[in-house]
Design a protein around this ligand. Sequence first.
Ligand code: ADP
Length: 612
Amino acid sequence: MKSFCASPKLVRSVYCLIAVAILPWVIWNGFIQQLNSEWNDLVLRLRPPTAYSQALGQIVLLAIDDRTAAKYGPLPLNRRTLATAMQVLAEAQPRVLAVDLLLPEPGDAAADEALASALRRYPRLILGAALDSDGQPQASWIDPLPTFANQATVAHVHAAPDPDGDVRSVLLTKEGANTRRWAFGLEAARLFLGAGRPLEKLDSVTLGSIRLPASHADNRLLFINYAGPEGTFQRVSFADLIERRAAPASFQNKLVILGVTAQGGGDRIFTPVSSGIGMSGIEIHANVIRTILDKAFLMPVGPVAEFWLGLLVIGAAVLAMVRLQGTRLLLAFMLVGALLFGAGFVSVSLGYLFPIGSLITVFIFAAAVAAVSEHSILRRSLAGEVRRRQEYAFRVQAIAHEIKTPLTAIQGSSEMISESWVPEEQRIEMAGLIHKESKRLTGLVQTFLSVERLASGTIGLEKRPVALRRVCEEVVDRGRLYAARKKIQVEFDAPEIDLKADPELLSFALYNLITNGVKYSPKNTSILVSAEEAHGSVIVCVADQGQGIPPAEREMIFQKFYRAKRDEKGSEEGTGIGLALVKEIVEQHGGRISVESQPGAGSRFTMTLPKE
Ligand code: ADP
């Protein structure tokens, strides 16, 4: 039975399909998307500092820092202290004041009034609000006291951390009980620009002339393009302001963000650019504002582009695996890795977040699938090559053996011919035998070469019309000569049958079956060669009265170089190749061979060949 062996083409098509099939899984897999974020964080951390940022010079952080806390604390700061500082700041005339402090509960009435009147001095004022976290189905807003919020714009101060806790984006709006609030950074930028209400479209939000790529489908999520780590923005200590050590010019016409940076204040969250400790809330707001004012938006390339890029990467992995090996393969892999990482840098500078993690995952997966498959293809072809070499060596042996028989006859006859006592009549007979055997030798060599080339697939079968009876008669005659040594009768019975076959190969097969019958039968028995036509096929049988074949070995005798256990040490020489060649010839004709046998009572080999 032939084992199923897929062609390399089929194996390659299947593994390419597998690699492509995982693409959607990679694109919509949360874990791999997280991997993308991590890789992009690395790009963001490694890229050179923002070369040009107008917003960087327009934003000032007024920091309630550790020094302020130590001197004017505890936190939250006393409202009277806040009021004093706001009065001082108002004199410097900032364009916008954004207060990232929650001022929801009433305090000392006089202090509250002092703060309210100080805040009233700011025409463009933003106060922070947050959603409560009591686990209600609909969270309610923790708004600033109405006396502070009187003329102010109230905005939400929530960050939108990713599953790993890093803040890479902000939700431009948030919905609480009955009210939707815009983000603190968006409102600050809007007031700074003097723009009207934000204009909402399905795919964007527009502020004046700035279009923010935050779609409704993504909950108005805006990626923050961090200008740098903590400390990138100009910063003035609250203590310096209140003690009038800060130059008023540093606030004039600026967007001032007031908030806590002190370690004890708790307003710190991790970002892609922070290391060690988190980034303060006001620095994150400043980065949101700078992303908007500088129009330095970052956008993911999207699933469609990710899919096409994935296909490209799979192609590269498969090509590398099929074409390259050793150091070149390693270098190609390193090159692809470097290219993907490089593309990350280029695309961030163009405003796109490149899916480095997805593509590296796809590349590794595709390369692994290709490597395993290519390995099996290679192993199979190597095993095939080894088998072919073994077969070749054995076949050479078989040829040598088959050639030996006529050669021995030629040698013996030629020796006798030279003897003087041999009568003339016998001499002529021997010369005839020598001629016949040498012709047979040539035929044998030719047949072997044909079989060899047939098996290796270098020649096709040459079918032509054959008068079967005549071919069989010729082979049976030769068989009789061979059988004479054991006084075995070779009988022949067949009608005239025409079929299409390769006559040389057919003779070779039949001759093999007859000589086997002789070899494995005792003396004084007989062999019957018969042929008949049935249902469009031609059936040729060779039946002997020999020792038969044990049932367990009946299939195996057709394998190359197999000899029945009994005959391995028997007197008849053999290589075990004959029947394998007969089978090969019959199958090349589109036919089949079978054997029936009664151990001790003989064997009957049947070749069934198609007539056409
Ligand atoms: P070889 O005759 O050179 O050994 P073959 O391939 O022709 O090789 O035959 C394989 C084996 O099948 C033989 O060694 C023998 O054991 C068995 N065999 C073949 N033909 C017969 C037969 N007519 N009767 C009994 N055994 C046979």
